[in-house]
Design a protein around this ligand. Structure first.
Ligand code: 5GP
Length: 188
């Protein structure tokens, strides 16, 4: 059975992870999070099999060869992220819609693949400067990694128009409320 997919994409730091977490708390009976596979190191507090399936690059490449991914990408140089087909099916089997926190290119790949079954939402930060402040404030990345994230974010902002909807995140509460409305409308 093909179910529905709700895709949240944005540059890193735009607030999409927070919005997705809020929606999961509120609509856990209707939606479930697509846990991506990633080759990066877990951050403090992240749990394998909850935030990501943290796997080695070798295993990731092996799974690409076995065609286990619906989409995958080398999001940062040397670091792979991908959506496993088994993950989407696991969630659909429970009768729930799949919710994604995924980068911009990955989001557009999924939209192209699943068409009207997918709602692709671009989360837009107020300005690039605000985005940079948020990324710095996190304090989780080295200066070099931070620079890479900022350069990528700058490029990604140009893809907003290709999404079904642009969700402005100037104020987190408003953005969460708007995201709730979009979700409820789409999954009903
Ligand atoms: P982070 O390292 O901050 O958790 O994630 C880095 C970027 O990779 C974020 O924009 C995140 O949404 C994205 N990402 C996470 N999972 C996937 C995935 O399965 N596929 C793709 N293409 N990007 C992903």
């Amino acid at each position: 059975m093909e179910g529905k997919l709700i895709i949240f994409s944005a540059p890193s730091g735009a607030g999409k992870t927070t919005i997705v977490k809020r929606l999961l708390e509120k609509y856990g009976d209707k939606i479930a999070f697509s846990i991506s596979a990633s080759t990066r190191e877990p951050r403090a507090g992240e749990v394998d099999g909850k935030d990501y399936y943290f796997i080695s690059k070798e295993e990731f490449l092996h799974r690409i060869a076995k065609k286990e991914f619906v989409e995958f990408e080398e999001v940062y140089s040397g670091t792979f992220y991908g959506t496993l087909r088994s993950e989407i099916e696991r969630i659909w089997e429970k009768g729930k819609a799949v919710i994604f926190d995924i980068d911009v290119i990955g989001g557009l790949h999924l939209k192209r693949k699943f068409g009207d079954n997918a709602l692709a939402i671009f989360v837009q930060p107020p300005t690039l400067d605000v985005l940079i402040d948020r990324l710095r404030g996190r304090g989780t990345d080295s200066e070099e990694k931070l620079k890479e994230r900022i350069e990528k974010a700058d490029k990604e902002l140009a893809y907003a128009d290709q999404f079904d909807t642009i969700l402005k995140n100037d104020n987190l509460e408003d953005a969460c409320n708007e995201a709730s409305d979009l979700l409820v409308n789409f999954v009903k």
